[in-house]
Write a protein that binds this ligand. Structure first.
Ligand code: GDD
Ligand code: MN
Length: 372
């Protein structure tokens, strides 16, 4: 029988849908995920993109072992970085398909709604479909009571603050047109956990549809949700409120600074009780305490994705203090000069402090917690 000539470039298997799975310690789930995609998306040309932040459990190895046998599976391994939002963004950026989905890799997001989401996008009536737990037909049943409360509270705040119509803005499960994503990616923040809110509020006139699903129970591994992620989320909200003018990272830096002032005053009060005669000694102790607490808080919050450890932590702290000292000199110098020129004490004082904070932030970002 004569063989039909085949064009190697245009095949029927042009990928229609990329499914991005951010992973951190999900080794036990990845094979099952691919199996489930395979059976749910039997009528669709799909690919799975796993974005792994160098999980210590060897998730990347497990994915690559699959990828060797199955060209629909790909692994993007990121080293020296952490963060859900950034992982999702990079995964989507690596797609060439017209549609991209993002979902958790722990089997909590029900993959069986993917075909319905795809159909909604293909109808051309919307740019993004958010899978939601809070509309008719959806459920957040498997969340613990406490986590459920936190999630609902965050949802309420978000809806009011951002004025988004999304019924479940906290969801990390959605599908969208890739061209729309590509157009807005420059405005997205890689910091934090809540990529969907960021996307939904980044584009004017984005047409959003919803797809109910029920949130499953995690089978393998554990959730990475924690207090820090909650605080990071606040930063994202504030940044959105400033219409993206202020970087979320700077907001954390400023919050940490404000906490530092409180620490400083509290320690000063206690130290004055201990050394009533020496204000200088008491104030020095207070300043040391607030430097340490500022440094550690910035390390685990503001620069969480570039966290310093071990010897790097010590070196970072020394640098932080040195830059801080230069910042203080800048602050005092500018304030004194302005005061000399205009004699309005608070304008001079405030301008000095703002300069000092900006200096410290710039130096911290560029030199102490620089990207490797
Ligand atoms: N690459 C990468 N880097 N992946 C990560 C990271 C990270 O730093 N942190 C978490 N992940 C992956 C997990 O491996 C999982 O696939 C997915 O992101 C969600 O993380 P979980 O730890 O399972 O989060 P959760 O179940 O507590 O949170 C879920 O509910 C939220 C709604 O309140 C997620 O669906 C969130 O996306 C959702 O917003
Ligand atoms: Mn989960």
């Amino acid at each position: 029988m004569e063989q039909k000539p085949q064009n190697p470039v245009r095949q029927e298997t042009e990928v229609l849908l990329s499914v991005v799975f951010p992973t951190f310690n999900e080794r036990g789930n990845v094979a099952e995920l691919v199996k489930r995609l395979d059976s749910t998306l039997s009528a669709v040309a799909w690919e799975a993109i796993f974005v792994d932040d160098n999980s210590p459990d060897g998730t990347a190895d497990a994915v690559k072992a699959m990828a060797q046998r199955d060209p629909r599976v790909r692994c993007l391994r990121r080293v020296g970085r952490r963060g859900l939002a950034g992982a999702c963004i990079e995964g989507m950026l690596s797609s060439s398909a017209p549609f991209v989905a993002v979902m958790d890799a722990d089997l909590q997001h029900d993959e069986r709604v993917l075909p319905a989401m795809l159909a909604k996008l293909q109808s051309g009536d919307c740019d993004l479909v958010a899978a939601t737990r809070y509309v008719e037909g959806g459920s957040a049943g498997s969340f613990s009571k406490k986590r459920g409360k936190i999630s609902r509270l965050a949802t309420l705040i978000t809806r009011h603050v951002l004025g988004t119509s999304l019924s479940d803005p906290m969801s990390g499960f959605f599908m969208m047109r890739r061209d729309v994503f590509d157009g807005m990616v420059g405005r997205l923040s890689p910091v934090g956990f809540k990529i969907l809110i960021d996307i939904a509020t980044a584009g004017e006139g984005l047409r959003i549809a919803e797809q109910p699903f029920s949130f499953g129970t995690r089978q393998e591994g554990e959730s990475k949700f924690n207090v820090q992620i909650g605080v990071e989320f606040l930063g994202l909200l504030l940044s959105k409120l400033s219409r993206g003018l202020v970087d979320p990272r700077f907001i954390f830096f400023a919050i940490v600074g404000a906490i530092g002032i409180a620490v400083n005053l509290a320690v000063l009060k206690v130290s004055l009780l201990a050394w009533p005669l020496s204000f200088e000694l008491a104030k020095s102790v207070a300043t040391l305490f607030s430097m340490v607490s500022n440094f550690l808080l910035n390390n685990s919050l503001t620069y969480r994705d570039r966290r310093l450890r071990g010897f790097g932590l010590l070196r970072g702290f020394i640098g932080f203090c040195l830059f801080g000292a230069v910042g203080a000199i800048t602050d005092i110098g500018l304030a004194s000069q302005l005061y000399g020129d205009h004699e309005v004490w608070w304008v001079a004082g405030l301008a000095g402090s703002v300069m000092g904070v900006l200096w410290n932030y710039a130096m911290s970002s560029m030199f102490i917690w620089r990207t490797r």
